[in-house]
Design a protein around this ligand. Structure first.
Ligand code: FE
Length: 206
């Protein structure tokens, strides 16, 4: 969309492309046509909200920190490596790529179009992930966004890579293992991994 050339009604455009309104409209229609029950929808939402959450992602990260071979497989074929831990991923609908943070490179995940997110490993996206402000600022000035909204002041020497998710390809960040955690067990490490670190709006141990 270029500025000045648009003749569309902006509000109407926003309504039509707002994923929440679209989802609600689709849901009403499917229920009306008796193709879907509202119970079934509630069940799916609560599964993602309460049971999945970011725990699957945290288990994947902790395993990658403790098992270099697993880390290699994860970076090479994320879906295969995630499935190894018993996480169910529908390969037909969701490809996932894992991006590894290093001392000099930081990855940040966004969906500029709507709210595509790796549900299978991170659960439901946080509300801010879906806001127009996050979606545009992540691309325009990610360093400023991280500093102002997430209190993450990245050193100028760290390059920020922004990854725009789609419904076909979603991303998850593999954060760096925090210093001083060498003696922790894999289970203890799982506890340290946060959702925000796997989206790239936080770094662990900072
Ligand atoms: Fe999206």
């Amino acid at each position: 969309m270029s500025e000045g050339s648009s003749t569309i009604d902006v509000d109407d455009h926003a309504r039509r492309f707002d994923p929440e309104s679209r989802a609600r409209a689709l849901q009403s229609l499917l229920i009306e046509k008796e193709l879907l029950s509202s119970d079934a929808v509630d069940r799916i939402v609560s599964t993602y909200e309460d049971e999945i959450g970011p725990l699957n992602g945290a288990r994947v990260v902790a395993r990658a920190w403790t098992d270099p071979e697993y880390r290699n497989r994860l970076l090479d074929d994320a879906l295969g490596a995630i499935a190894e831990l018993g996480v169910e991923v529908n390969e037909d609908t969701m490809a996932i790529e894992v991006l590894e943070n290093t001392p000099t490179d930081h990855h940040l995940v966004v969906c500029t179009l709507c709210s595509c997110y790796p549900w299978a490993v991170l659960g439901l996206p946080p509300t801010w992930y879906k806001t127009p402000a996050y979606r545009s600022r992540a691309v325009k000035d990610p360093r400023e966004l991280l500093r102002e909204e997430f209190d993450l002041d990245l050193d100028d020497g760290i390059e920020i890579h922004v990854h725009d998710s789609t419904s076909e390809l979603r991303y998850m960040v593999l954060p760096q293992r925090p210093p001083g955690t060498e003696n922790l067990s894999e289970d203890d490490l799982v506890e340290l991994v946060t959702r925000d670190a796997m989206i790239g709006v936080a770094r662990l141990g900072e």
